[in-house]
Ligand binder design. Sequence first.
Ligand code: ZN
Ligand code: ZN
Ligand code: ZN
Length: 100
Amino acid sequence: MTSCPHSHTIRDVTPSARGCEECLAIGSPWVHLRLCRACGHVGCCDDSPHRHATAHFRETGHPIIEGYDPPDGWGWCYLDEQEIDLPNQTPQLGPIPRFV
Ligand SMILES: [Zn+2]
Ligand SMILES: [Zn+2]
Ligand SMILES: [Zn+2]
C-alpha cells in the first residue's frame, strides 16, 4: 500500500465525457484517458499530443487521476509523482469514441 497525503481529495465522480473533453472539442486523437478523481474531468495522457490530463492538474491543482481507458483501477498522484491505491474504480461510460 502506498500512502498519499492527498487521498482525501478522492471522490466518487461522474466522468465529464466519454473521451478527452478538450480533444473531442478540437477533433484531436489521444492515446489513453485519465479521469480526475476530484471533479470527473476526462483528459488524455502524456503520450497524447495535447496532454490534457496534466494540463487539467496544472490549471486546477486536482492531484489524483485514475487510469480510465481501459479502466485499470490504478491511481496516480501528480504531487507525489507515484502510483497510489484507489478506494474504488469508476465505471466507464461507453463506448469510448475513437479517431482512427
Ligand atoms: Zn499525493
Ligand atoms: Zn486531450
Ligand atoms: Zn479535476
